[in-house]
Design a protein. Structure first.
Length: 237
């Protein structure tokens, strides 16, 4: 979850909130990367160091057999390129519609969704709508934008928080940092957190939910506090 949140933060198409900020504020790719790169690279260094220093239980290595690249892999790779070019304004937005049309016509299994997660997100968006009146007059400086968006993300997730605060501020840098930092911490901070937790509890060999949750929250909120510290050093709260 930490790697997913930190890694996806780097590009406009890495996650939904980045894409929304990139399009809403009409940003250039260079300006976007320049602002958020310190965040991603900081956590990249931490994660690499942790993977080298922290000892884990030894597991049996599975044998990996080289396989051929199938036709569907090539097609979906090309569709990914179409999406990226659309996001970066090299292709019109409607060109990305082919990504939905193609599976509908040829491979509907790809369109299967986790409805429990989808319903959860609709619930979070409903909360965001109700919070608009509360925060409309409270968003002022870049420090306020960062802190409020990151804290609200802990409750309603960072995608709804992005849509909520984008209506009140022109300070996209603080908003980007806030919702990115807000992805750390609680299970509701980001969709990645919920997916990881669901994968863990769905494992038939899992029997220590409480222990996993405690470790998840401890590591998540440590990363959250480090994000706040990094923002304060770079932008001075």
């Amino acid at each position: 979850a930490l790697a997913a949140n930190a890694g996806s933060a780097l590009t406009p198409f890495g996650n939904p909130q980045n894409l929304y900020i990139y399009w809403t504020y009409d940003l250039s790719l260079i300006s976007f990367l320049r602002v958020i790169a310190p965040f991603s690279f900081f956590f990249l260094v931490l994660l690499v160091a942790a993977s080298l220093l922290i000892r884990t239980e030894k597991t049996e290595r599975s044998t990996v057999y080289p396989g051929k690249i199938g036709k569907s892999a090539v097609v979906y790779g090309l569709l990914l390129v179409v999406v990226l070019l659309s996001v970066l304004h090299f292709l019109p937005v409607y060109a990305a519609a082919v990504v939905v049309v193609y599976p509908l016509l040829t491979d509907r299994k790809v369109l299967r969704v986790d409805y429990s997660l989808l319903i959860s997100f609709f619930f979070f968006f409903g909360i965001a709508d109700n919070l608009q009146i509360l925060f409309e007059g409270a968003v002022g400086s870049h420090g306020h934008v960062f802190l409020l968006s990151s804290l609200v993300s802990q409750i309603i997730s960072n995608v709804p928080a992005t849509l909520l605060f984008a209506d009140f501020t022109d300070n996209w840098k603080a908003l980007l940092w806030g919702v990115t930092a807000g992805g750390f911490g609680s299970l509701f901070g980001s969709l990645a957190n919920l997916i990881v937790y669901k994968i863990y509890v769905s494992d038939v060999n899992t029997d220590n939910y409480a222990g996993f949750t405690r470790r998840f929250l401890l590591i998540g909120y440590t990363a959250f506090l480090l994000s706040v510290l990094l923002f304060s050093l770079l932008y001075t709260l």
